[in-house]
Structures are given as C-alpha cells and as structure tokens.
Write a protein that binds this ligand. Structure first.
Ligand SMILES: [Zn+2]
Length: 451
C-alpha cells in the first residue's frame, strides 16, 4: 500500500497536536514507522488496514474488540476497545523490545479514516435533508458511537510512546467545555405575520395546553420592536448567559444571516433592532458570536461567503469585533468534503457541525479539535473542526433518540461529557434557545452545565 506523503504528514501533525514534539512517519515494506526527531527507537505499525485509506462505505470492514491487556490502561475505564478491522487481531496486540514497539493495529490509519469522515464521501444513503445519519455509519452499526475511539487509541499509543522513549514528556491536554447555541428562532411570536401568529398560538394551545399563549402571543408580537420581549418563550438569552457565567463557561451564539424566509430558514433578519440589540448584549457580556449558514447553502460556497460578510457587517455596525469567527451548519447539513471546503474557503476559523443529527456521540471518533484533511485532493484544511458531541434534540426529540425521561437523558450526557473530561478533550454541546421553554428543560440544562 502506497500512502500519499500528505496523508502521512497529516498524521505527524495530529501526533504533534496531541502529544507535542516533532514526529516522523514513514512507510516501509507495508508498515508505518513512527520516529521521534532526535531520538533513537521507533514504533512500527505492521498491520495496515486498506479500508482506512479508501472513501465510501467500507464494505469489508468489520469490528473487533480488543480486550485491553493489563500492561495498558484505558483512559475511560473500559475493558475493551473497539477496533474497526477487516481481519481478526493478532494478539498480543503490542509487542515491546528494547527501544522499539510493534503494534499490530493501524491506529494512525484509523484516525485518518474516522476523523476525515472517509465513509461519508460519495454516500447516497441520506435522510430527507440530505444528511448522512448515524444509522448509516460504521460506528453505529458496530455500536461504538459513544466511544471516542480515536482518542482512546491515541491514549494507548501515548503509553507505548512513553515506554519506548521514557525520557520524554508528552503534552498534557486539558478538558474544555464548548457550549453553543444556534439561533434558529429567537422569538416565538415576535416576528410573525398576523396569520403566522394565530397559527403558532393555536399550535401551542393545542399541543401544550398552555392557555397563557392567548395573552402572551399578541403582547409579545406588539412589543418585539427594539428588544425581545421578556415573556417570549424563546427568549431565553439572558437566562442562558447568566447560567454560562455562573458555570464559568463562554457561550457561542450562531446567527443565521440569510435574508430569505422559507420553510427551513430563519424567522428573523439580522437588521431587526431587537436582533441588533441581542447581538450587542451577547458581545458586551463576553460571549461569542458565530455564523449559522442557512439551510440551502451547504453546497454553495458563494452563498456562505455572502452570509458571512453580512454577519460581520452587521456586527461591525454594532461595534462587535472578534478575533475569530466560527460556525455550524443549520440542520447540520453537510457533504464531506464539499461543505468543509466552503467553510474553509470563506475564512472561518473553526466549524462545529460534525455530530450526527439522529444520535449523540463521536461522529469523528474524537472529542478533540483538529485540522481536517481533504481525502479527495490530499490537502489539509486551514480551519479547525471541533466535533459536536451532543445536540439536545438528538437525545430528546421524538424524531431522533426520543428519550423523554430526564434522568436517562442526563445519564447519557454525563457519560459523554465524562469521557471527554477523562481524555482532556472538548465536550461540545449545542442547546437551542427555543428548547428551554419549560422548567424541566431548564433543570436538565443546568444539570448538564454543572456535571
Ligand atoms: Zn439551525
């Protein structure tokens, strides 16, 4: 197998990011050899997995489970580690001799394959919003989506590295809680036509049996001119910022900046005085603003560019300056690698779209931010990807996992956040302002923040 030099370079960069130091990876007679600059010794990976270098659904790729032998420690206290593989594992998996180690599992190939989403490239099995869902993924088929398996394998590799080169000190990674909110609907009743208002009120009254909407609806609509109305059920912004500040977390609010109203688009315009005022307040309170590219544009770089320029323009008019701008695609619409190319091309510093809509977990096999790679052109991107671990709706909504029991939902989020913490990675949580209507939602939200 001849692996493109740029792919090996990407792996070297990944290790430098994760462990510090400067690494060299070379391919020698069907093995990858990992060396540390300026030091003798090496780690050999002698069972390279072809499927990890190929795009599309990996038909031959099954999954073995490595029973971690007692020489090594699982960072997340698990006894077995999923090992996507087309052949049974050769055991013992890791062989040590003097200043060398041989690993019979292709850890670096796995990282390349999972993080750069090779299985999604060219996939036609998409949902009604053209999304590649968890249900189509290798991780879900083999039941390891709740495992940040690349990070777990790299942790094992870190232990191997420390055995081969005991004199060096590897970088310590520290946990980060990345909290963000996509502003799809900042107001329940405020920006609607008279007809739309009646429809929303009727729906709320019938579905939620909440008679207060009859009074609140018209009041909110009438008074949402300069600022969002405090009684607006979607206006949770002040409360959310207070919770973030209490928990010592910075929130990122991603705004849609398209000017078209449509079925799946925003129900607001950035120019509305109430939205301008919200943007100002978010900035003044020390939180961050981001771009939420609209529904139609995940394959249209020029449209993303237009929306990004518009957001920055409005922010500038409100004296909001930021050093970096990140974003997330509306509806998590994504095509690998086209959407990445588009976001990278407009100059966003980072993206946080890569979580599956239908199930929480580790779509990229990692909770760490990383520099993604275009497997079709063999080039690294500039922007960073910060994979999304949990979107509240993936767990709570009837359309997806549909977990209605708060305690069960909390246990699931606790498990995922705990794994990110143990690994020193990032727990990226998306919670919409429109999903904090009820006390039970707010209680759950606070509990997740405090975990
Ligand atoms: Zn959205």
């Amino acid at each position: 197998m001849k692996i493109h030099r740029q792919r090996l370079k990407w792996m070297e960069q990944l290790l430098a990011d994760r462990f510090g130091k400067s690494w060299l990876i070379t391919e020698k007679s069907s093995s990858l050899v990992l060396e540390l600059q300026g030091e003798a010794g090496g780690v050999v990976f002698d069972q390279l997995e072809k499927a990890f270098m190929q795009t599309g659904v990996p038909v031959q790729l099954g999954c073995e489970w490595w029973l971690i032998d007692n020489k090594w420690t699982s960072p997340v206290d698990e006894s077995r580690l999923p090992a996507p593989s087309s052949a049974p594992l050769s055991l013992p998996l890791i062989h040590l001799s003097q200043n060398r180690a041989t690993c019979h599992y292709d850890i670096l190939g796995l990282a390349f394959w999972a993080m750069n989403r090779l299985e999604e490239i060219g996939s036609v099995n998409l949902d009604s919003h053209d999304r590649f869902c968890a249900s189509e993924s290798h991780a879900e088929k083999f039941e390891y989506l709740n495992r940040p398996l690349v990070d777990e394998w790299l942790h094992i590799l870190g232990q191997v590295i420390s055995t081969v080169w005991p004199q060096i000190e590897l970088k310590e990674n520290t946990f980060d809680f990345l909290l963000s909110h996509d502003v799809d609907r900042p107001s329940r009743y405020g920006f609607q036509s008279a007809k739309g208002l009646i429809r929303s009120m009727a729906a709320d009254f019938l579905k939620k049996r909440d008679y207060r909407t009859v009074f609140i609806g018209p009041l909110v609509r009438l008074n949402t001119k300069q600022a969002l109305h405090p009684k607006d059920p979607f206006n949770a912004f002040d409360w959310m910022m207070s919770q973030s500040e209490r928990a010592g977390v910075q929130s990122t609010f991603n705004f849609i900046s398209d000017t078209n109203f449509g079925q799946h688009e925003a129900g607001y315009k950035l120019e509305y005085p109430a939205i301008r005022s919200l943007i100002r307040t978010i900035h003044e309170r020390g939180h961050e603003l981001g771009l939420h590219p609209s529904y139609r544009c995940y394959l249209q770089p020029e449209r993303i560019q237009h929306e990004f320029i518009r957001l920055k323009q409005i922010c500038q008019e409100e004296d909001v300056m930021q050093e970096r701008w990140g974003g997330r695609m509306h509806y998590l619409r994504w095509s690998q690698p086209e959407t990445l190319r588009a976001l990278d091309g407009v100059g966003l510093s980072f993206d946080s779209s890569l979580g599956f809509v239908d199930k929480a977990g580790f779509r990229c096999g990692t909770c760490f931010s990383f520099t993604p790679f275009d497997a079709l052109t063999n080039e690294s991107f500039t922007l960073r990807e910060q994979p999304l671990v949990v979107m509240e709706a993936s767990i709570l909504s009837e359309r997806y996992m549909g977990i209605r029991d708060s305690a069960q939902a909390l246990t699931m989020m606790e498990d995922l956040k705990g794994k990110c913490r143990k690994l020193g990675g990032g727990f990226s949580l998306l919670w919409h302002n429109s999903e904090l209507w009820h006390k039970s939602q707010r209680d759950l939200y606070c509990e997740v923040l405090d975990l």
